[in-house]
Write a protein that binds this ligand. Structure first.
Ligand SMILES: Cc1ncc(COP(=O)(O)O)c(C=O)c1O
Length: 397
């Protein structure tokens, strides 16, 4: 007979369960890990890579998914890349920058990155003595001048393609430039994903993701990923476990489900977006279209060089500017007006009043985020249904 009392039986974990290996990744919903004895505890605390301690530091569900993303991002290189999963793209960016910057340092970036990242730099990191400079990162002579005038530049931060103008940065060139000035490089690869572009193959120091977007792909969770060469592990992990941006095991598990169809989705997003971009470019009520796959795009050659295909994101302006754009968005029936991207369904957003609302107007306009610009995250529906919805909304003007 079991000697334990009812209350104890209800509380205690049953350690007796035996099973074979699960086929699908389980969710390790545990905050902590227990040890057989104090010696094992001391051992794992001194060598955390040999076991798990506490889920803010690491968790088997997270580790499994992180390893998969590291393998994807380092594919085709012989680099030993690790990945840390965060609970949002923003917390991943924050943790990475906090691990690399100190008071007095300067960050060089471009003015058409995700609005939240610009705000993080300008409003949060500025409080800790970090200054942010903006430049066209493809303009080598301006970069050289900036570097000369600002020897405190520690890190170059870029998105390619960028949110929401789809500007592309020549990764090979910016990395060579940064290395020649002993400056670190960070690439936010959210728009392209490792299926289309792998910045490590050009020698970037860090890769970031909002996994909320294409890596998850279904719009049902938040997450971020920080990736780097193993030599950065100790410093980054020390910050990660102290700041605590760690993803939840459920979100990591959910992300893993999305990753399984990433290759298929990116192929379809790309072919649909090219078709939609071509349609919009030829529409009489559209002023211009930004899509890296169009020969008319200012950075088409750069995109061709570093991307396998051009992804699912585009932006455009309706003739008649902001007022016409507002009318257009209200007429859409299939496409949803939602402030995210990378879902299976088509999403539309107005950057000036949504994702880039808090960005200085002069800065956003200088970098192409005009008042009338509309961002489209082209989904994987039938391309004709997307085009038909856009056409109806455009011609109702
Ligand atoms: C390119 C890019 N990076 C980072 C982020 C921030 O990600 P999250 O919303 O997951 O915090 C976003 C959000 O839209 C983004 O578009």
């Amino acid at each position: 007979m079991n000697k334990k009392r009812l209350e104890t039986l209800a509380v205690q974990e049953n350690k007796e369960i035996r099973t074979t290996r699960p086929h699908i990744l389980p969710i390790y919903a545990t905050s902590s890990f227990s040890f057989e004895n104090i010696e094992e505890g001391i051992d794992v605390f001194s060598k955390p890579e040999e076991g798990h301690l506490y889920s803010r530091f690491a968790n088997p569900t997270l580790d499994t998914v992180a390893l998969k993303i590291a393998q994807l991002e380092s594919f085709g290189t012989d680099m030993d890349v690790f990945c840390l999963l965060a609970n949002s793209g923003m917390s991943a960016i924050h943790c990475l920058l906090a691990s690399q910057l100190k008071a007095g340092d300067k960050v060089l970036t471009h003015g058409n990155i995700y609005g939240g990242t610009t705000e993080l730099l300008k409003k949060v990191f500025s409080q800790f003595g970090v200054t942010t400079l903006f430049s066209d990162l493809n303009d080598e002579s301006h970069l050289a001048q900036l570097m000369k005038a600002n020897p405190e530049i520690k890190l170059i931060y870029f998105e390619t393609p960028a949110n929401p103008t789809l500007a592309c940065i020549d990764i090979e060139k910016i990395v060579a430039f940064a290395k020649s000035h002993n400056v670190l490089t960070v690439a936010d690869n959210t728009f392209a994903t490792p299926m289309l572009q792998r910045p490590f193959s050009y020698g970037v120091d860090f890769v970031l993701h909002s996994t909320t977007k294409y890596l998850n792909g279904h719009g049902n969770g938040l997450g971020g990923a920080i990736l780097a060469n193993r030599k950065h592990y100790d410093n980054l992990w020390a910050h990660y476990k102290l700041i605590g941006p760690t993803a939840s095991p459920f979100e990591a598990w959910n992300l893993n489900n999305g990753l399984k169809t990433l290759a298929l989705r990116m192929e379809k997003h790309s072919s649909n977006a090219l078709s939609v971009a071509t349609f919009l470019e030829n529409h009489p009520n559209v002023d211009f279209v930004n899509y890296p796959g169009l020969p008319s795009h200012a950075n088409h050659e750069i995109a061709k060089k570093q991307m396998a295909s051009f992804g699912g994101m585009l932006s455009f302006e309706v003739k008649g500017g902001f007022e016409a754009g507002k009318k257009f968005m209200n007429e859409l029936r299939l496409c949803s007006l939602a402030p995210t991207l990378g879902n299976t369904d088509t999403l539309v957003l107005h950057p000036a009043s949504m994702s880039h609302l808090h960005i200085d107007r002069a800065l956003r306009i200088q970098f192409g985020i005009t008042d009338g610009l509309i961002r489209l995250s082209v989904g994987i529906e039938h391309e004709d249904d997307i085009k038909s919805d856009l056409d109806k909304a455009l011609t109702s003007q």
